[in-house]
Design a protein around this ligand. Structure first.
Ligand code: PLP
Length: 379
């Protein structure tokens, strides 16, 4: 069996010490020990989200918390803007429609960031719009949307801003309270370095007000119920005890590193990887606001990006991601977030070079690795 390398934008590798923390004997989710753990989880999340708002925890993948931000804010027939600059943006529309809400689709060309003035114009033209749904980092294109500026746009309107930061929280600074973000969503399996299975939603005052009049159906993902119970350090249903133990270890790890250092290290890995791709003559798919959390790279003309992804998987057990929908076959994506080291990054570059050479692309072998080494050497 080959050693598996997880270098796709989720799930990312889990640090060994965190795996050990999750090997502790199970305790009961209604025990006083677990209540204490729940309290520490709530406090720790506030630090990472940089908020005094409640941050609810759900036992689901990130999409569960996204769904909760439609079900708990809106009523059937309500209008909401879905910023669609990629696959995850499209998910907002699907959720809105599943709940009988009207999606006002703001389509952004894939590879580009939304223009805040376009959102402002839509809100001005129709004051009945109740919410704006966006990704901080649109993982399918590698583009970071301008969240701080969007919050300026929604601030003095009746609309709430809901930010899917599943692939952005812990990657770069997203200060929830300072920027006035009404709802911020995240998940366990990206920069938070845990297995999949936890989703989070921070809920600000404006969102709490809107919640009171929401008539969409909800049961498992009811914010009102969870606010009451989690406010008393209890899950409404059986909590994922093991993942909570892992999360406590992640908090310690993040404290030791410091969030700012984590952002910085992610940035260096991203810079080195992007320099390597440029040295190989490859272009980024993200034409503006290319994020540090991952790189989305266009395959050279005549080479199917899925073949690069397949080569790495089949020959070396290295998992990177391909493109989704319209970007399928055109791009491959490599993560820099979470527990991924400089040498994991060099490994990915080296493997991509070997795949490209095998697929017939002409370039100087090692030039990508050398470009990245230079940046790591100077960092
Ligand atoms: C990974 C991710 C999600 C969550 O996807 P799940 O498969 O439900 O965990 C949501 N939004 C973005 C931008 C993501 O990258």
């Amino acid at each position: 069996m080959k050693k598996v390398s997880l270098l796709a934008p989720g799930p990312t590798p889990v640090p060994p010490r965190t795996l050990l923390a999750m090997a502790q004997p199970l305790i009961h989710h209604r025990s006083s020990d677990f209540l204490e753990i729940f309290g520490r989880v709530r406090e720790g999340l506030k630090k990472i989200f940089k908020t005094n708002n409640d941050v609810l925890v759900f036992c689901s993948s990130g999409t569960g918390a996204m769904e909760s931000a439609v079900a708990n804010l809106l009523s059937p027939g309500d209008k909401a803007i879905a910023i669609r600059g990629g696959k995850f943006g499209e998910r907002w529309t699907e959720i809105l429609e599943a709940y009988g809400c009207q999606a006002v689709n703001l389509d952004v060309e894939w590879g580009y960031a939304v223009k805040p003035e376009d959102v402002a114009a839509l809100l001005k033209a129709d004051p009945s719009i109740k919410a704006v749904y966006v990704q901080a980092l649109e993982t399918s294109t590698g583009v970071a949307h301008p969240i701080k500026e969007l919050a300026q746009v929604t601030k003095d309107t009746g609309a709430v801003l809901v930010v899917d930061a599943v692939s952005a929280l812990g990657v770069y600074d997203i200060p929830t309270d300072e920027w006035g973000l009404d709802v911020v969503i995240s998940g366990s399996q990206k920069a938070l370095m845990l297995p999949p299975g936890l989703a989070f939603a921070s809920i600000g005052p404006k969102a709490l007000e809107m919640m009171k009049t929401s008539k969409c159906p909800k049961f498992y993902f009811s914010w009102a119920k969870e606010l009451k119970n989690q406010g008393a350090n209890k899950g409404t249903f059986t909590s994922p005890v093991t993942l909570f133990m892992g999360l406590l270890d992640i908090f310690e790890l993040i404290d030791e590193m410091g969030l700012d250092n984590i952002y910085k290290e992610t940035e260096i890995k991203s810079k080195a990887f992007k320099a390597a791709m440029a040295a190989l003559g490859l272009e980024l798919y993200s034409k503006e606001n290319a994020s540090t959390g991952l790189s989305a790279v266009e395959a050279p003309a005549g080479i199917d990006a899925q073949d690069v992804v397949g080569w790495l998987k089949n020959k070396y057990a290295i998992f990177i991601a391909g493109g989704q929908a319209q970007a399928k076959g055109k791009i491959f994506r490599v993560a820099h977030m979470g527990y991924i080291s400089e040498f994991d990054t060099l490994q990915a570059i080296s493997a991509i070079e070997m795949a490209l050479a095998g697929l017939g692309y002409k370039f100087e072998m090692g030039s990508g690795v050398a470009a990245a080494q230079k940046i790591f050497g100077e960092a």
